[in-house]
Ligand binder design. Structure first.
Ligand code: 5AD
Ligand code: SF4
Length: 435
């Protein structure tokens, strides 16, 4: 048998891209490609790109430029661009960067084998369609590859919300949910390989409708799988948090007490301009209800500062919402105009003002994150061990609240859930001892 060809994938952006990269590797595995971590030895390099924020396309072009010497050295090397930049800029990429052999959008990667066959034949190896068929039905069953205790599972893709700043509805298309039966099959398959925690992914995952009872229905069905101990989901829109889902936080033991629920801004004026379709108050009342169902829930969020038209008062409203909610963890970004989105037409906030607001907000969010971590010291939590740590004898895992925890424990504990006493708050993780 010929030596397997080597595939190197570089993944940018969100967890869904991480999942997509795994699935693309599986599709290409069936074509004789084996993954490598060393770019220099690759026969094929795939960049799985992200378009959500600033300079995404430019980063892809400069990365491609850096691949030129590799291609010169090995003319058979295939270079592909996948993901959301591929979707948004496919033709342009092919035109501007002739060393690219193929371009594949996020909804078309099950067609990688036929695209691959087109490379080098003079035919265009570009596919940015939104095909009718479900790509997941046209991919190899998930092979029994290396077992890891945690996995991502995409259950929903695309978004119909059209927030004024966001490219997702354009790059990922309309909301589509995978039928619950297929998700359950894939989950069972993952559990058979040793996975104990699954994070359900979707751009707007709580709008999932592949189960008659929505995302909560899917979670309850997954909770019946023996050996699956932890369920998480991300990312959600406040308007799609239905009663059943809120209730599940209080009643489903396997649903972890962590919720990423972006609000983006605390100003009603800006929320309206963002087309978020909710007010700050609606969000705050929602948080109250979720915390009533699960008082120890760790809340995470996303924020944008410097959205067109944002005044000092609007920004203050965001700061006061953050003070009121108290986030355990959060991401904050300076607004960047995305081509083709409605907000991109509007006049920008002065960059130094936006930068200053970002610093203020990040300082507040870091303080809250630190306090949340500090409040774990002395507590006993459950940790699912995932891998060895940097120091000899150390394992790293995640608590129910998604904090990274390091503990001295034998490697045989990888893949097990143990009770751990938190003893110290280190910057990026917590130190614990087996209880
Ligand atoms: N500018 C800045 N941040 C953005 N996000 C999405 N689009 C933009 C943009 N144009 C942020 C939002 C979203 C997160 C994934 O990325 O906060 O929730
Ligand atoms: Fe983008 Fe999220 Fe808004 Fe959808 S809900 S448009 S993915 S920010």
């Amino acid at each position: 048998m010929a030596d397997p060809k080597k595939l190197f994938i570089k993944t940018y952006g969100c967890q869904m891209n991480v999942y997509d990269s795994e699935r693309m590797a599986e599709v290409l595995g069936a074509e004789g490609y084996e993954q490598t971590q060393a770019m220099e030895e690759a026969d094929m390099i795939l960049l799985n790109t992200c378009h959500i924020r600033e300079k995404a396309a430019e980063k892809v072009y400069s990365e491609l430029g850096r691949l030129r010497p590799l291609k010169d050295e090995k003319p058979d090397l295939k270079i592909g661009v996948a993901g959301c930049v591929a979707q948004a800029e496919g033709e342009e990429i092919m035109r501007r960067q002739p060393l690219v052999d193929l371009v594949v959008g996020p909804q078309a990667y099950h067609r990688l084998p036929s695209l691959l066959a087109k490379t080098g034949t003079g035919q265009s190896a570009l596919d940015t369609d939104f095909p009718e068929e479900d790509k997941f039905d046209h991919m190899p069953a998930r092979p029994k590859a290396t077992a890891r205790p945690t996995a991502f599972l995409t259950v929903q893709e695309g978004c119909d919300k059209f927030c004024a700043f966001c490219v997702v509805p354009y790059t990922r298309g309309a909301e589509v949910s995978r039928p619950a039966s297929r998700v359950l099959r894939e989950a069972q398959n993952l559990v058979d390989r040793g996975v104990r925690e699954i994070t359900l992914l979707g751009q707007n995952v709580n709008a999932y409708h592949g189960h008659e009872k929505g995302l909560a229905g899917l979670i309850w069905a997954l909770a019946k799988i023996d050996g699956l101990d932890r369920i998480r989901f991300t990312t959600s829109h406040p308007n799609d948090m239905d009663d059943a889902l809120i209730d599940a936080f209080g009643t489903c033991d396997k649903l972890m007490p962590y919720l990423h629920l972006p609000v983006q801004s605390g100003s009603d004026r800006i929320l309206k301009a963002m087309n978020r379709k909710h007010t700050a108050d609606i969000y705050l009342r929602l948080i109250e209800r979720i915390r009533t169902a699960r008082p120890d829930l760790l809340l995470s969020g996303d924020f944008i500062v410097g959205f067109p038209g944002e005044t000092d008062q609007d920004f203050e409203d965001t700061m006061s919402l953050v003070r009121e909610v108290h986030y355990g963890q959060a991401y904050s970004f300076k607004y960047s105009p995305r081509p083709g989105t409605p907000a991109a037409e509007k006049a920008a906030v002065d960059d130094s003002v936006a930068q200053d607001r970002l610093h203020q907000l990040q300082a507040l969010l870091s303080e809250q994150q630190y306090q949340t971590q500090a409040s774990m010291v002395g507590r006993t939590v459950k940790v699912l061990f995932e891998k060895t740590g940097r120091q000899e004898g150390q394992l790293i895992g995640k608590s129910d609240y998604l904090h990274a925890v390091h503990v001295n424990a034998p490697t045989t504990d990888i893949g097990t859930i143990q009770t751990v006493q938190i003893v110290e708050n280190a910057t990026n993780s917590l130190a614990g001892q087996l209880a």
